[in-house]
Design a protein around this ligand. Structure first.
Ligand SMILES: [Zn+2]
Length: 127
């Protein structure tokens, strides 16, 4: 796999939770735990640091969906509060947990694709 994948290929690789270099190995060992390295090509995943990125996207997307739906239901139907609790509890779990792994894989693969890393100070002796 010497050819650099396109951005679209990298996005699909990230959503599938696959290795950003070989696209064959798995990125995750658990639900959100990143493996130490790729089992297929040996790529060291120590560079992978999505940080709070996936959570921020999930918060924004889920908040828009759940709050929007709750407002619409309240304005249109004005149900009792127990209906809100019964509706939005499961919806919150669905719209927060389901996309979290997808977004984490996507951000890690995009980090690899764009060679993004923390800024480092360069010393004159290292040039
Ligand atoms: Zn790999």
């Amino acid at each position: 796999m010497s050819q650099t994948p396109s951005l679209a290929q990298s996005i699909l690789t990230g959503l599938a939770g696959r290795c950003p270099r070989c696209r064959a190995g798995h990125l995750f060992s658990g639900f959100l735990s990143v493996r130490k390295q790729c089992e297929a090509c040996g790529l060291d995943y120590s560079f992978a640091d999505a940080g709070d990125g996936p959570a921020i996207f999930v918060i924004l997307i889920a908040g828009f969906i759940v709050v929007g739906a709750a407002l619409i239901v309240e304005v249109v139907y004005q149900p009792p509060f127990w209906v809100h609790a019964a509706l939005w509890g499961p919806l919150i779990l669905l719209v927060t947990l389901a996309p979290l792994r997808l977004l984490k894989g996507l951000l890690i693969v995009l980090q690899y694709h764009h060679k993004a890393a923390e800024g480092r100070l360069e010393r004159k002796s290292e040039r």
